[in-house]
Structures are given as C-alpha cells and as structure tokens.
Design a protein around this ligand. Structure first.
Ligand code: 8ID
Ligand code: ZN
Length: 349
C-alpha cells in the first residue's frame, strides 16, 4: 500500500543544502504515474539547481533528482501503456506537450511546455515521485535499477551528444571531463559505438579510472604543458579527434576545444558551467571548417536506445551507492571535484 508520507531531500532556499525530512506523497494526475523510486543517480545538474547557477529559476521548495529508477505503484485514469509493477525511469524531461512543432519532430526537450524533474517539478530524491506517463523511461525488468539509474540522464545525454557529433566507428573522440559522471558513461557509449577515446580530466585517480574504462589516452589538464598539442598528438596523424564532447564544469575547455578538434570536426557542448561563454577565433573556425553545437539530454527514442545499449551489457560505468539521507555529503564531494564516476542514492536509507 502507498503511504501518505515519505522521506525526501528538500531544498528550501537556493544556495543552501537540502533538508532530509518527511513530506506528503503526491497523487498522479490523469496522465501521470506514481513511481516508487528505489535508486537515483546524483547529477551535477542537481548541484547547479541547488546553487542557483543558471539563468532559469527552480520551483521552491524543491525536491531535486532526475535519474530516478523505480516501480510504478499508481497511475491516472488515462494511462494505458504503463502498468502497475512496471519498472520505469524518471528522467530530466518529466513531461512535454507532445503536440508543438518540436514535440512533433521528436525534439521534446525543446518543447516550451516541458517540465523538468528536480527543477521545475519535484524529482527523484524522494521515495515516491509523480511523472508524466508518456515520458517515463521504460526499463526492462531484468535490468538492475541501481546500475541503470545513471543512464537516465548521464547515459542518455552522452549517447545523444555522440550521435549529434556525427563521429563514425573507427574515428577519435575527445571526452572532456571524462572522469565525472557523464564522462564515464561517455567513454562506455563511445567504445560501444566503435570510437577511440581520448580522455581529458585532472589527477591520477581519474587517469586510472578512464584508462580502465577503455580510453586509449589520458590527458591531464592539471599537468599538461600544452593541452592542445597533447590532444592532437593522441591521434594517429596528429590532426586531432573528429569530435569533442565537452562535459567539464569550467569555462576554459569550451575555449580550447575548437583548437584541437580535427579540421571538419565537431565540438559538442553539453556541460553547463555557471556564467560561461564559448569563444573561438573566427579565422581558424572558418578555414578549419569547425562545427560547434549544443546538445541537450535526449528524446524518448534516444532514451530507449540508451537503455537498450545498457540492457545488452555494453555499458559498465562505476557507481557508489549511499543512502538518500547522505545527499548533502555527495554535493560537497562533487563541488570539490572529488567524485569519480557517479553516486547513486538508495531511497530506503
Ligand atoms: O543535457 C545536457 N546538456 C546535460 C545533461 C546532464 C548534465 C548537461 N549536464 C551538465 C551538468 O549540469 C554539468 O554542468 O554536464 C556537466 C557535467 O555533469 P556531471 O558529469 O554530472 O559532472 P561531474 O561528475 O562533476 O564531472 C565533471 C568533470 O569535469 C572535470 C572534473 O574533474 C569532473 O571529472 N573537469 C573540470 I570541473 N574542469 C575540467 C577541465 N578544464 C575538467 N575536465 C577537463 N578539463
Ligand atoms: Zn543530469
């Protein structure tokens, strides 16, 4: 039976850590489901939301979280194709109108009516979460809920970014921020897609982590004397990688990438450092025919494909499980850049 109260992590003031407390369990609307969240990944986006980093207001008070994996326990009257007992994921796009010109072309992240889990609506850092039935991720029942949780944002986002880059099997991709949550997923998806990976991050722990996940080269941004030269030298002809996936939460790499991407290559911007700007010299961008573009989560088809890669056993990224009650500690570690891979919270603790 569904309780009337539940444990949650609630942000009551922007800039302050969340408060672990009991709140009422929500009720699903006609087109919504109620999901008993078992595990939720902790994304750097959740920390941005807490800190108020972006020019987009959150709801307040706010339950964060958008990598929630769980079991459907109730559904609204209009819900047909999600059953009670189904395993589903609450992802960043909680719902969208499904009828605007963006939704009609499978760009539901661009829908002006899109609701964002853990940002404009309460997310997965609670035991029971309400989500739009059309937008929950379908998770096969033989897939581990704790292991799949990070796929629901990190996995979908990097898989989409790699597709958007146009990089083909056999080519090279540089992953900037490769030791973080999105970065570890990106190494695994890139490998599964037949790409060679140049991992860029800082410190020896992330060197070991990224090389063990299958990167061919590691470039340490904290010690490299000439990062542009080092990245180019990691490709066979020295001309640089065909694609760069920018996941770092700092501005400098967004200004370096166009210098080491291969001519006619593509720079994909995904990381969202506060108040940052892209910068690239017009002359070199033109004569080297460089493409620079943004990539924002993924649509429902990308979601299904990203989960399918995982279900086939192609994606093995490390994660650490801690209790939901310990979320504030995870934010502190993440703020200090000390998280390797992903933290996943267990909502029962
Ligand atoms: O749809 C989207 N575009 C989307 C989806 C999900 C997440 C965007 N994001 C954004 C997040 O909001 C965040 O800004 O992607 C960014 C990365 O999220 P994350 O992977 O969850 O963060 P993390 O685990 O803290 O990893 C960041 C890594 O960047 C490295 C850090 O060492 C860390 O491993 N890094 C930094 I900070 N500066 C670097 C630099 N100069 C760097 N790596 C290389 N060079
Ligand atoms: Zn995220």
């Amino acid at each position: 039976s569904i309780p009337s109260e539940q444990w949650a992590q609630v942000i009551e003031e922007t800039g302050k850590p969340p408060v672990y407390k009991k709140i009422p369990v929500g009720k699903p609307g006609p087109n919504e489901v109620l999901v008993n969240i078992k595990y939720s990944g902790v994304c750097h986006t959740d920390l941005h939301a807490m800190l108020g980093d972006w020019p987009l207001a959150t709801k307040m008070p706010l339950v964060g979280g958008h990598e929630g994996a769980g079991v459907v326990v109730a559904r609204g009257d209009l819900v047909k194709d999600v059953a009670i007992g189904d395993h589903v994921g609450v992802k960043w796009i909680n719902g969208s109108c499904l009828n605007c010109s963006f939704c009609r072309q499978m760009d539901e992240p661009l829908c002006e009516e899109a609701t964002l889990s853990g940002y404009t609506v309460d997310g997965s850092f609670q035991q029971y979460c309400v989500a739009n039935a059309d937008c929950v991720a379908r998770i096969p029942k033989d897939v581990s809920l704790e292991a799949v949780a990070p796929v629901l944002c990190a996995g979908i986002t990097v898989y989409k970014g790699l597709k958007e880059s146009g990089a083909r099997p056999g080519q090279f991709v540089a992953i900037v921020g490769a030791g973080g949550g999105l970065g570890n997923m990106a190494i695994q998806y890139a490998k599964a897609m037949g790409l060679h990976v140049i991992a860029i991050d800082g410190g020896d722990e992330k060197r070991e982590n990224t090389l063990s996940l299958g990167a061919t080269t590691y470039v340490d941004y904290t010690t490299s004397k000439d990062l542009v030269a080092d990245v180019k030298a990691a490709t066979p002809d020295g001309n640089g990688p065909e694609a760069v996936i920018l996941l770092a939460v700092s501005e400098l790499p967004f200004q370096q990438a166009s210098q080491y991407v291969r001519p006619h290559g593509t720079v994909i911007c995904i990381g969202l450092p506060a108040k940052a700007y892209l910068k690239a010299p017009v002359f070199e961008t033109v004569i080297r025919m460089v493409t620079i573009k943004g990539s924002y989560v993924g649509n429902r088809q990308d979601t299904a494909e990203a989960i399918d890669f995982f279900a086939r056993g192609l994606i093995n990224a490390p994660y650490k499980v801690v209790g939901l009650s310990e979320l504030a500690n995870v934010y502190e570690l993440m703020h200090a850049g000390k998280v390797v891979g992903r933290y996943v919270v267990d909502t029962s603790k």
